[in-house]
Write a protein that binds this ligand. Sequence first.
Ligand code: ADP
Ligand code: MG
Length: 391
Amino acid sequence: MSGRHEKEKGVNVQVLLRCRPFSEEELRSNAPQVVTCNEYNREVAVSQNIAGKHIDRVFTFDKVFGPSAQQKDLYEQAVIPIVNEVLEGFNCTIFAYGQTGTGKTHTMEGECRRSKSGPNGELPPEAGVIPRAVQQIFDTLESQNAEYSVKVTFLELYNEEITDLLAPEEISRVALEDKTKKQLPLMEDGKGGVLVRGLEEEIVTSSSEIFTLIERGSAKRRTAETLLNKQSSRSHSLFSITIHIKEATPEGEELIKCGKLNLVDLAGSENISRSGAREGRAREAGEINKSLLTLGRVINALVEHLGHIPYRDSKLTRLLRDSLGGRTKTCIIATVSPAVHCLEETLSTLDYAHRAKNIKNKPEVNQKMMKSTLIKDLYGEIDRLKAEVYA
Ligand code: ADP
Ligand code: MG
């Protein structure tokens, strides 16, 4: 689709479905299978026929990955084109949505550690979307003859509080001991977006530096979990990578392209899917995940073309507003289990994901043309300021 066409008509959010294999426990207990994937037809069938209860439903998605699909398959078929768009200057977001235990973290993070055979060690086969995207970004940038910069942020959203997963150790320790110090405020940036004040933005120059950061961030998520006795199933994590690329045009001018990739591992959807009847009681108990609930309401309002879209009702939707009905290209990976004991949640995930297919975004490239002389002046100014600082 041409860029102009996309801008005028909008592009639908892409929705993929991944069904994990049976776990060892499910295999041991001979759990009946109720989900069947047909990758070729992009269909998922859910059927159950016991005790006079018949369920037979078929859903179609943009892509379907069955239990035998490997991390590499999903990445190559679904994510490579998205990362290429980020390198072209688009903002793209990938959400993992589904019940706890269905493979959201496996899909997004998987195993991040590289083999120890030197700095360019291979990624393990179980590496998920985040490490593979980082690798693809650096491989592409290093093969191009262009100047670039790469920045990453990694945050966790739990109970409407934002924690920085990349904050230096001493700050995190203080934060864990004194809850009031750990929250980072979300502010309007004056340009229609939001920013998280005080969020550590790490400039990185190689993929191995990012892998170290991811390990640090993931470890922090796990430590915080035990210390605060909270469940990872209730928190969202957002890993963002921003790339600036400077290219020279044939006219001798310089073009700055800026692309951003957001990778979101959402809280378990079981926290909201049955909330209708229990909402009042659950809210009192602080059980309801406000961000996940608002995400659902935003999706409904967008799909039904309601005048008011409740972005402002939660931090998650404020942070990712642009990925829902905005200028970002968005992909949702919905994850389900094949087993009968998850049937109700599986149907709820499939309905939710299917509905999200109707959201339209209007992606735009972020690029700025700069005259070489202006850039030279700016570099001159930077050198002058550095000299002043270090004098
Ligand atoms: P979630 O983040 O949705 O709660 P996890 O990613 O932690 O779920 O997955 C739960 C368990 O299932 C983990 O042990 C994970 O390794 C395994 N798992 C999930 N998806 C797959 C898959 N596609 N292939 C193999 N194992 C998987
Ligand atoms: Mg998880």
